[in-house]
Design a protein around this ligand. Structure first.
Ligand code: FHN
Length: 509
């Protein structure tokens, strides 16, 4: 990859941005090869264009942040394969089947012909998301395999061109979301496109491995593109003739979008390319937010993946997570997280200032796995009672509830081990100025305290305490001494998934 001069030029001209662009999270707990690790450890030059004015970003993300809970959908040519190739389950994620089974493009395209989801119903998917209490949906318009779910003019590898299925599921889903009052967002794999043969991994030209042999990188090794072998001329051609025109199609043909989830890898695209994308997004979809994974421009929010930061994160962020172990459907992956884990994760994320984008991987016929539907229904029932503590809620005012660094134990990087506490979390709503309406502290209790819940460091005068699970919202007795508040509680938690104690707080004692 001969990006040396271009990267150096950009580093010089954007050095301030590099210093205060997206802060690469500490390397603690980052899996080997993860993009952030590649940047944090200097494997890849970190070059970003200047961020846009923070006030503009804050205004743009407001409605998206208030939504707090969305559905991620990974659906594509990999879905009918169900994580199996030649009758064998592949390693890792279902949507990476072409990579892990090292399937040459022509064979993969032939297999894609079987994708004919005649039973797909956008209305059914939206109904599941609504019942779950989700406020927006983000679906993979094109993943790393290059297969587009939408009828793109800029690729020969689309659902409509290679399968009997002539409908446009992206349009149907966009319309169903709008009819149901849900936000609609799109995922686009901007830097990886195996069908375009611009990466050495799995583009049919990969000489390192015999085709159709299962492949898994060595532990800690990146599964991402081998940037050292990236063909820059091919990549630039792809960006100009496909990535940018396809994103323009998505920004133009599906109505107002709430968000764009890019999935690029650090160092793959240039700042010029990132700026071209950002300019087009701002021009065509001024209200849409996009994440940090264009990589060469900061974006509006940071995407955490499969993990929640140990403490509240000052960035604007969204955590995306699978419900089992794979994004794309994989028949043999029955390692489902419990509803209790998913509710805790939702609360944990919101208490740290983030949005939760929870994934489903529909089957090749277009059905959502029953195990996902069940969990989503149960999350929706919990949110029916406790949603006011999530939607429009902000991060905690405390922080000690997350846990603490161990005074003795160190991790592999020699940093103190963070011991996570899971007893309770706090989400908040500030007093609305002028209306005299009190602020709210929502104390989410996962480990029901014996006797009373005691809170230290409460700034303000508590005027009322109720349990959201109490349909009558009967006021609970409480004592306040300075900044310490104690609320005697009933003997048993009203909700096994998490019970919310709501404190009204006047903003001065
Ligand atoms: O490689 C992809 C993966 O398949 C999935 O789409 C996730 C979702 O955020 N993103 C990449 C892994 O970081």
């Amino acid at each position: 990859m001969n990006r040396g001069p271009r990267v150096v030029a950009w580093i010089v001209s954007f050095l301030p941005a590099v210093l205060w662009g997206e802060q690469a999270p500490a390397t603690k707990g980052l899996e080997g090869g993860s993009p952030e690790l590649m940047v944090a450890t200097g494997q890849v030059a970190k070059v970003v264009a200047p961020a846009e004015p923070q006030a503009e970003i804050a205004a743009r993300v407001k409605a998206w942040q208030a939504a707090r809970f969305g559905m991620f959908i990974h659906w594509g040519a990999y879905s009918p394969l169900a994580g199996e190739w030649n009758g064998q389950p592949i390693p890792r994620n279902g949507e990476w089947i072409q990579y892990h089974a090292n399937i040459p493009n022509d064979e993969y395209a032939a297999a894609a012909k079987a994708f004919n989801p005649v039973k797909f119903s956008a209305a059914d998917w939206v109904a599941v998301a609504r019942a779950a209490g989700m406020k927006y949906i983000v679906i993979t318009a094109k993943h790393h395999d290059g297969f587009a779910l939408f009828p793109s003019r800029y690729s020969d590898f689309t659902l409509q061109k290679v399968t009997p299925f002539q409908r446009d599921p992206i349009k149907e889903l966009a319309d169903a979301c709008r009819a149901a009052g849900l936000g609609f967002g799109l995922y686009y794999s901007n830097d990886l496109d195996w069908h375009r043969s611009m990466w050495n991994n799995n583009n049919g030209e990969d000489l390192r491995r015999p085709p159709n042999r299962f492949y898994e990188p060595a532990p800690g090794k990146s599964m991402g593109p081998d940037l050292a072998r990236q063909d820059t001329a091919k990549f630039d051609d792809y960006y100009r003739t496909q990535a940018i025109p396809q994103v323009r199609e998505l920004l133009t043909n599906y109505g107002p979008l709430i968000s764009l989830f890019f999935d690029g890898k650090p160092g793959a695209s240039t700042v010029e390319q990132g700026l071209a994308m950002r300019t087009m997004i701002r021009e065509l979809q001024p209200k849409a937010v996009f994440n940090n994974r264009l990589r060469s421009v900061p974006g509006d929010y940071f995407s955490y993946e499969q993990r929640v930061p140990p403490a509240a994160d000052t960035q604007i962020w969204e955590g995306c997570m699978t419900m089992n172990g794979t994004w794309g459907f994989k028949r043999c992956d029955t390692n489902w997280k419990s509803t209790a884990q998913l509710v805790f994760t939702l609360v944990d994320i919101v208490s740290k200032g983030g949005n939760f984008l929870l994934n489903i991987g529909p089957t090749g016929e277009g059905f959502i796995p029953e195990a996902s539907v069940t969990r989503l229904k149960e999350m929706g029932a919990w949110l029916k009672v406790n949603g006011e503590a999530i939607y429009g809620a902000q991060r905690t005012v405390f922080g000690a509830e997350f846990g603490a660094e161990d005074p003795v134990r160190k991790d592999k990087a020699g940093k103190p081990v963070f011991t996570v506490q899971r007893d309770w979390r706090c989400t908040t709503k500030p007093p609305s100025t002028g209306s005299g309406q009190a602020g709210k502290l929502y104390i989410h209790l996962f480990n029901w305290p014996a006797g009373a819940m005691e809170l230290k460091g409460v700034a303000g005068k508590v005027t009322k305490a109720v349990l959201l699970a109490d349909p009558d919202r009967k006021p609970l007795p409480f004592q306040q001494e300075g900044r310490t508040v104690s609320v005697p509680l009933p003997a048993h938690a009203p909700d096994a998934l998490g019970s919310v104690l709501c404190l009204d707080v006047a903003d001065s004692q």
